[in-house]
Design a protein around this ligand. Sequence first.
Ligand code: NAP
Length: 247
Amino acid sequence: MMLENRVALVTGAGRGIGRAIALKLASEGAIVIVNYNGSESRAKEVVSQITEQGGKAATYQCNVADFAACGQMMETIIKDYGHLDILVNNAGITKDNLLMKMSEEEFDQVIDINLKGAFHCMKHVSRQMIKQRQGRIINISSVSGVSGNAGQANYSASKAGIIGLTKTVAREMAARGITVNAIAPGFIQTEMTDVLSDKIKESILEKIPMKQFGVPEDIGEMVLFLASDKARYITGQVICVDGGMVM
Ligand code: NAP
């Protein structure tokens, strides 16, 4: 198994893309901490699914927008398991609106969870990974952060910020045996995209060269690769998993 006994924290892993990432990492032997904010029962279901298949997992409630709570989460994981090898910053929300109509609150909420949440977790895990002289950090960005997207000023800014954060921390950590990469998913079928109207979905589909939406497992596969030894010489990269939307 590719990740035998490695400890992985996946934020927002009770549902959607985070759930698929947690299941994939566990299927390759990682001990997975399934972080959630509000979806307690769904996070527990993910843990049950992993343990039923012979894997190891546990839930941890934490709002990633809370700096101190993220510190407490890392401390607890390190106390319980002795190490933390893989951090996947997946937690994220959207609050779409045109810039003209976007409130300061809508902007701040998205930045606080999507961008600051990733900073909080990376900051609190950095000391431990440096001590270990090994670690993998994988941040979930978006094609909206690469190309921009009308109606998503807050979200695009947060996801572009993730890319800057990824490249900078990759440079800071490279000599310490820690890789930091970002994945920019295109349109993936989850509750986040289910809320979009059929008209919007059709217009997005037109922009996808492969003419199909992605599924959460497509992102899980890329996270597994980046977390594994096979990706040992890759850092500071942004990999689009998007059916060819961004080239
Ligand atoms: P989703 O189905 O809406 O799930 C969002 C996840 O984020 C949930 O597990 C949620 O946990 C968690 N979360 C939200 N706020 C949180 C907080 N304050 N603290 C901790 N966890 C929090 O969305 P998704 O489609 O799976 O998206 C996952 C990631 O992929 C996001 O970063 C998103 O921006 C990115 N992405 C998605 C797409 C797409 O097409 N779906 C495309 C590009 C990028 P609770 O339910 O426990 O609150």
